[in-house]
Design a protein around this ligand. Sequence first.
Ligand code: NCD
Length: 330
Amino acid sequence: MATTWTRRHIISLADFVSSEYDTVLQTAASFGEVLSRRMKKVPTLQGQVVANLFFEPSTRTRSSFELAAKRLSADTLNFAPGSSSLTKGETILDTAKTYLAMGTDLMVIRHREAGVPQAIATEMDRLGSRVGVLNAGDGQHEHPSQGLLDLFTICSLLDRDRPRLELLQGKKIAIVGDILHSRVARSNIWSLTAATGAELHLAGPPTLLPQLFADMGVGRAGQLSLHWTVEEALENADFVMTLRLQKERMSQHLLPSLREYHQHYGITRDRLKLCNPNVKLLHPGPVNRGVEISSDLMDDPQFSLISQQVTSGVAVRMALLYLMGGGKVQ
Ligand code: NCD
């Protein structure tokens, strides 16, 4: 497969261009095909070391990156902050340098503070290393691999063999919930407004969807709108993404109660009637069942793409590691 990939680090989707999205989507489709074979492993990254540096808890992202690296035949290093030298006062940069000294080629980094993956990438460049840094979620900033796997899930549903950005043209997509605290929403705002003719609608209570999010739509190919009532955002929507209410990040009382939130913004069967009859639902997980989405709906295969998102995650992360590691799809 011919690719021209020049990005050493993937920290944010803010400056991703259409051709990069399409390269990721096509490469992920090829790896999706690899993952459907009986032998799901390719020698692409044989001899390379992928270190998963997760300074914050994670289930699906960490496991998904680990599996992706293993399917590409890379050697993987996993790091758990609780049992590491961080507890002895080692700094994060020194931890990263330790992994560099072991011959790490790619670092996948999650941290509760925004900016840590960028800081490590800058340090790796300053040291003259060729290590690639992939942001697996930093504070409230971004979660690019999630944004890309959501895009892949949507575009593959529209054309399984040739997922590409232009398929979003004329599609209405809604993101509902705690936008303010969500790095997933920020990455998705960039990816889902990258296509000409795409319509992205954000909905949530004003305390969780401040007006300043409208600025992210300036100069984008697609259109971005904000709504403080969910009904407007859902009208004729083709895809609806709900987000977890991030209770751990809410320092002030931004909501009256979870019950009231569900009443006003929860995705329910009744509210789905406002959408396109073929509407599909996405959620990056983890889900607060019965809060942002009614429990039975998230398990309903007619509407829910939640398990496809998790499956897509492995193929998309294989694509990202492959592109950054400069290997070949076999
Ligand atoms: C999200 C995260 O950690 O950013 N989950 C994920 O990676 N799939 C969303 C969340 O925490 O709610």
